[in-house]
Design a protein around this ligand. Structure first.
Ligand SMILES: *Cc1c(COP(=O)(O)O)cnc(C)c1O
Length: 347
């Protein structure tokens, strides 16, 4: 069997390898024996580095992937008869195989619409208020994604409005931050302004898509909600025995701004790519390029021709347009190569 290695790809930021800072931190942690299951110095330091990053005393857990981080976080906020409101394109709804419902023993996801991947607040309110009887799954959480699945960003003002609504409706607020670093880099604000200052109770903080080998952090800003969370992780098969290898890469990325530098790079690449491809006749951007994703409408023959030239990109996200995703590892040459091939196809 031959397995193709995609060279020409804008498929996902999880196609990229490990960034040098994460790699170095891993290597430094690979130093003799260490206590297992998280009682090691690297894990303690990584938790402190995250508290420092958010400028608050939060509770931090490291798990293997985003599906686990999201669904265990949501399960910790809910009883089985509750519901979680999220956007119809939310990863928890469309790409996690029902994990949130599974780990919460049946908590139902209720979806709302909204432009460019952001929840429409009127719809959220309607979903909460349309029924108050015992037969309806009781709304308990609003889950939002930052950056959104469609490459857009909730601004601090939008987050303040969301917080106002969740307070009024008595909802907890969960943020799926698989690409949280890209949002911080794009908005150039302190991470606290996008999280606990904006009422976020729990953040799923992505490491994988920003240069780590694997791993996400679950960050509880309301520490009471983290009660017994370690048991959920263990039961779900998410407690790493050699935890230092899951936690140490965070030290590398949180040191000297590496994470935000990589995120800024990925965002800048997307901006460049968006400008280049939207200059072609027949190519149209379908969502604002605010982070590291470019969504474009393209003639079917161009999509086929690009694929025939070996380009890998997704067309199943959101509205089914072409998604070009940049990462810390994207190069100028990658962008130029796509431009040149499009020039041949459409020029
Ligand atoms: C990638 C991603 C995740 C995490 O997915 P896993 O494959 O489970 O690690 C979660 N949310 C969003 C929005 C994502 O893009």
């Amino acid at each position: 069997m031959t397995i193709k290695t995609p060279k020409n790809q804008f498929a996902s930021d999880n196609y990229a390898g490990i960034c040098p800072e994460a790699w170095q931190a891993l290597q430094e942690a690979d130093n003799g024996y260490a206590t297992s299951y998280g009682d090691d110095p690297w894990t303690a330091k990584a938790c402190d580095a995250l508290r420092n990053f958010f400028e608050t005393d939060c509770e931090v857990f490291f798990v293997f992937n985003g599906t686990a981080a999201n669904s265990l976080a949501l399960a910790s906020l809910c009883q089985s008869y509750h519901s979680v409101i999220c956007h119809e394109t939310a990863h928890v709804e469309t790409d996690e195989c029902g994990a949130s419902e599974f780990f919460s023993n049946g908590t139902k996801l209720l979806t709302v619409g909204g432009k460019d991947g952001k929840v429409d607040l009127t719809e959220v309110e309607h979903t909460v208020k349309k029924r108050t009887d015992i037969h309806y799954p009781k709304p308990q959480v609003l889950s939002i994604t930052q950056t959104t699945e469609l490459g857009t960003i909730y601004t601090p003002d939008e987050l303040i409005a969301i917080h106002g609504l969740t307070k009024r409706l008595n909802l907890k607020l969960h943020m799926d931050g698989a690409r949280f670093a890209n949002a911080v880099a794009s908005l150039q604000v302190h991470p606290k302004e996008l999280t606990w200052r904006a009422g976020v109770d729990v953040l799923t903080f992505g490491g994988t898509k920003n240069g780590m080998p694997l791993g996400e952090a679950v960050v509880f800003f309301d520490k009471r909600l983290a009660a017994e969370f370690e048991y959920r992780c263990k039961q779900a098969g998410q407690l790493a025995s050699k935890m230092r290898y899951l936690s140490a890469p965070w030290l590398g990325l949180l040191k000297e701004d590496a994470m935000l530098r990589h995120a800024r790079h990925a965002n800048a690449c997307a901006r460049k790519l968006a400008d280049k491809i939207s200059a072609f006749q027949g190519v149209k951007l379908v969502h604002p390029t605010e982070a590291n994703a470019v969504f474009a409408e393209m003639p079917e023959k161009a999509i086929t021709a690009l694929r025939n030239k070996g380009w890998v990109f997704y067309t199943f996200i959101g509205s089914g347009h072409c998604r070009f995703m940049c990462s810390w590892a994207t190069t100028e040459a990658d962008i130029n190569a796509l431009e040149n091939d499009l020039q041949e196809i459409l020029g």
